[in-house]
Design a protein around this ligand. Sequence first.
Ligand SMILES: Cc1cc2nc3c(=O)[nH]c(=O)nc-3n(C[C@H](O)[C@H](O)[C@H](O)COP(=O)(O)OP(=O)(O)OC[C@H]3O[C@@H](n4cnc5c(N)ncnc54)[C@H](O)[C@@H]3O)c2cc1C
Length: 378
Amino acid sequence: MRFDLPDAPPQAEELRQQLRAFLAEAGRDWTPEIRARSWMGFDREFSRAVGARGWIGMTWPQVYGGHEKSGLERIVVLEEMLAQGAPVGAHWIGDRQSGPLILRLGTEEQRRRILPGIARGELAFCIGLSEPEAGSDLANLRTKCERIPNGWKLNGRKIWTTFAHKSDYMIALVRTSPAPEGGSRHAGLSQFLVDLRLSGISIRPIRDLAGEDSFNEVTFDDVILREDDLLGEEGAGWAQATSELAFERSGPDRYLSSYPALAAGIDALNAAPAPGAEVTIGRMVARLNTLRGMSLSVGGMLERGESPAVEAALVKDAGNVFEQALPEQIRNLVDPADSPEELRRMLAGLAQLAPTFSLRGGTREILRGIIARDMGLR
Ligand SMILES: Cc1cc2nc3c(=O)[nH]c(=O)nc-3n(C[C@H](O)[C@H](O)[C@H](O)COP(=O)(O)OP(=O)(O)OC[C@H]3O[C@@H](n4cnc5c(N)ncnc54)[C@H](O)[C@@H]3O)c2cc1C
């Protein structure tokens, strides 16, 4: 396993300043609760404003609505959005993984139909992997798509689907043929682009720990898909979905989810210093910098067309440990009685959200299993 650190292009710093100016203006009314939700905040108007500035689909070809920038410039955008706790949920999944997947595997028609809408911040995507009996054991999924004349018929149920109730499309992993007797359960799976307005789809929001309806149960009842809603190759869904996970697991959203509390905590400590706080903050910033280097390195590998699944698992696991511990560490440094109202509300929001960091996108135990297997430990 290697983590080589790529150099940021010279224009990255100018871009960072543009983003800071944009976010200072756009974020004037964001409450601490909105900032604490970070990329779980969903605001279509904000996403359209980000798209209009060319900050979604940044690396994609212009012919599909992209902007042909480098992956490292894109990471500058992600970092600044996360640092401010911007409500990026309406475009996050499309920009991070659904769009890149369509770009890589979609037909020309799919790319032209879908990608420009994502890049404008107008099309929101959700991820249709988990099912009631298939979470960590994803290959156990039961949702199926059968061939019918001129298309497919979809039946089954997905669960924990973040933003399904607010999204336009789901990329769903489903079974298109039975697993071979005694063979791999990974065979016979395929991915589909599912328009969530189709008849036969019902979406039931599920209330989360924080009292919000962010994820859903999605039921498919004889949903008719077109022939060309198949994404990629029939039967290659497992390999496609697992390659998508490297995009999902390695970005700065896996270690910066609670960053706004670090920034607010440092501000509070500057106003009311606490003995020894420099040491804790110094350690946190050093870890953050290491995580950043690892994430940038995986970003470079993805840009070169590699599939760094294990490195991505390592970034997610180490990043989740960091972002989960951060709110508690700040709470221990800043006297609650003296801390600013804004910081207290942010920490309260994060206390409810932080347990989910090491579940969403693959649990800690599963990621550590992947890493251990690669190291020859199991
Ligand atoms: C906030 C949030 C958002 C989510 N959004 C989405 C989404 O948009 N789309 C989507 O498809 N899914 C989504 N999920 C679902 C998520 O991917 C699953 O919750 C996760 O994969 C775990 O599956 P499960 O809930 O079925 O738990 P299980 O798989 O039943 O696991 C329960 C526990 O057992 C452990 N465990 C399971 N198997 C093993 C093993 N072999 N070895 C060691 N330990 C094991 C797990 O680590 C976990 O701690 C989301 C989840 C959360 C919390």
